[in-house]
Design a protein around this ligand. Structure first.
Ligand code: BG6
Ligand code: MG
Length: 213
């Protein structure tokens, strides 16, 4: 019997390179607010919700704003972000993704999305990736953001697979933490520096060898 029966994928930075679009949209807001914001700072925003991302950005600039202003900043950022992702197509699927999804299907391993994003529907439609998923859980379905394990536990539940038989593919520290708290295998996609706590680490999905898991 195969050890893992379910595979849960983060979206941004694992299946598609949307991290660059999140960065560009946050950077525009940061510039407008005179907050210094680098790609290195952006690492802290990966995997966390939109609300938490804004908190982090404003704390970098040691700024505080009213609820209404914050709401307006998030709407602006999302408008810019949606403008970028509206133009995406299959060419923006990261290397190795389709091959891995095909392989998982062949092995009859169920596949779920476990993303913090509220924009996952548009990205999955534009890249035509949605047909691969047996279950989709995103930022519209959860009340607690990563590193809370809610998104992955709900994914496993929707797949009908026990958490201990699920593996999670993640590019963010908060996501690795969430997978571990869910009792799942936390597969890091990235560098040891950014993901020191991953159970297994691959530079990208092209480098992943399913047989070692
Ligand atoms: C995560 C990204 O997948 O989704 C974060 O890594 C982002 O950077 C979060 O803040 C929320 O995304 P969205 O699309 O709902 O703003
Ligand atoms: Mg991610």
């Amino acid at each position: 019997m195969p050890k893992y029966l379910g595979a849960i994928f983060d979206l941004d930075g694992v299946l598609v390179d949307t991290a660059k679009y999140h960065f560009l949209a946050w950077k525009k807001l940061a510039d407008q607010l005179n907050i210094p914001f680098t790609e290195e700072d952006n690492e802290q925003l990966k995997g966390v919700s939109r609300v938490k991302s804004l908190d982090i950005l404003l704390s970098l600039g040691k700024k505080s704003y009213s609820e209404d202003e914050r709401k307006c900043f998030m709407e602006k950022k999302n408008e810019d972000y949606v403008h970028y992702i509206s133009q995406m197509d299959e060419s923006e699927i990261l290397p190795g993704v389709v091959q891995l999804l095909d392989q998982l299907r062949l092995q009859q391993i169920k596949i779920a999305l476990g993303s913090a994003s509220k924009n996952s529907g548009l990205i999955l439609r534009n890249t035509k990736l949605q047909t691969y998923f047996d279950a989709i859980v995103d930022g519209n379905d959860v009340s607690k953001a990563k590193p809370d394990p809610e998104v992955f536990l709900l994914g496993a539940q929707k797949l009908g697979v026990p958490a201990s038989r699920c593996m999670v593919f993640e590019d963010a520290k908060a996501g690795i933490e969430a997978a571990k708290q869910a009792g799942m295998l936390a597969i890091g996609v990235g560098t040891k520096k950014n993901l020191p706590n991953a159970d297994v680490l691959f530079e990208n999905l092209e480098a992943l060898d399913l047989s070692v898991l």
